[in-house]
Design a protein around this ligand. Structure first.
Ligand SMILES: Cc1ncc(COP(=O)(O)O)c(C=O)c1O
Length: 391
């Protein structure tokens, strides 16, 4: 394979980039339209489609309660508030996540404390977290990143020793499990995002799962500016915000949930095709499996050899020029300028080393066999011509 790379003017392996988002299905459009016609656009205290979606999603995951909100960020905001996190508190979290995992801690008035990650999962390392517990620590916020479950049982033990809350960010791992239990049901609060790029999507949307009825009541109030229904109308019982999910989004979510198990199988199938192709190229390795932790396929992370690591950005650019949906692994969050100001000393060597040598390739369930073939061919082509990227 010594064809000219697309990045150098050759013909791309795929004629166009596969879609970044799953299109709406006909039954999702019909369900949303029926709701827009029959139900109020939004409701203060849930009900209707919101309540059905909450019950169905909580039951699917194995939680007692689900509280739907309008984004994953809102889910984290609400959970941190419900957990009592506030000014003066510290929350131990991972540097490898989307910025909302840390920004919501700052919005709660608390300080994120970044602990290093496990090299095989890129999730918060319980041993590193244990070293950072102080009298100010109020909660631990692990993230199930890239579909890979964090070791919440070990973090729960740490939390129990110090009286901390565990808020799981499961925005990237719907359907993943630890010891057979769904992520988002292992800690005190499980936060999901249903934004357009997520494994289960409503466009915008989110949910908090909990088994604690009092916490569920707090979350429901926080979602509507701290209001609760009273005999003479609603009354403000707590500090809250407006995190209400529109009813039609819940209808889309219910249709997505009905298809969720099948979509996970399709993702796993496409991930297998990707990993078979990765097997055939030198210098690129997927993250290994970890016993007891069942991951789902969401941007599988691929790690470059020492030799190829310095070429990571050029490799990703070359793959993208072939219309392979590759992306770099984002650097640790404490490099974000405002987080750097809050956490000037944060430094996580494993996260630093691994992010710099890692890339991902998307495996959406809607990718066709021809698109998956093209992704495999694009990987082989770019890695066969890697010497041309070196100079
Ligand atoms: C790990 C993680 N946490 C939180 C969020 C925030 O979710 P949302 O975009 O729905 O606010 C996202 C997604 O964007 C995410 O990937």
């Amino acid at each position: 394979l010594s064809e000219q790379l697309a990045i150098s003017g050759g013909t791309p392996v795929l004629p166009e980039m596969p879609p970044a988002f799953e299109p709406m299905s006909a039954d999702e459009v019909a369900a949303a339209a029926a709701t827009l016609r029959d139900v109020p656009l939004t409701t203060l205290f849930g009900g209707h489609e919101i309540e059905r979606f909450e019950n169905e999603y909580a039951e699917f995951c194995g939680a007692r309660f689900g509280v739907a909100v309008n984004s994953g960020t809102s889910a984290l905001n609400a959970a941190l508030l419900a957990a009592g996190v506030g000014p003066g508190d510290e929350v131990i979290t991972t540097p490898l996540s989307f910025v909302a995992s840390a920004s919501t801690i700052v919005q709660a008035g608390a300080r994120p404390v970044f602990a290093d990650v496990e090299p095989d999962t890129y999730c918060l390392d319980p041993a590193a977290a244990a070293e950072l517990v102080t009298p100010a620590t109020k909660a631990i916020l692990p993230v199930h990143i890239n579909g890979y479950p964090a070791d919440v049982p070990a973090l729960n033990e740490l939390a129990a020793r110090h009286g901390l809350a565990v808020v799981e960010d499961a925005a990237q791992a719907h359907g993943a499990r630890v010891g057979g239990r769904h992520v988002g049901t292992l800690g005190d609060y499980g936060c999901f995002s249903f934004n357009i790029g997520k494994i289960l999507r409503t466009g915008e949307g989110g949910m908090v799962l909990t088994d604690d009825p009092a916490a569920a009541d707090r979350l429901r109030a926080i979602r509507v500016n701290g209001m609760a229904p009273g005999p003479a109308g609603s009354v403000v019982v707590a500090l809250g915000a407006n995190y209400t999910m529109p009813q039609a989004m819940a209808s889309i979510g219910r249709r997505q949930l009905a298809r969720h198990p099948e979509a996970l199988v399709e993702r796993a199938h496409n991930a297998k095709l990707l990993l078979d192709a990765v097997d055939q190229v030198d210098g690129l390795t997927p993250l290994p499996d970890t016993a007891g932790r069942e991951r789902v396929a969401y941007f599988p992370q691929l790690v470059l050899s020492d030799e190829l690591a310095p070429l990571r950005d050029r490799l990703v650019a070359a793959l993208r020029a072939e219309n392979v949906p590759a992306a770099i692994c984002r650097p640790p969050l404490y490099h974000v300028p405002y987080l750097r100001e809050i956490c000037p000393d944060a430094w996580c060597p494993v996260a630093e080393r691994q992010t710099a040598r890692t890339l991902s390739v998307d495996v959406m369930p809607c990718y066709t066999p021809a698109q998956m073939d093209g992704i495999a061919a694009g990987l082989r082509k770019v890695f066969a011509n890697v010497s041309r990227l070196a100079d």
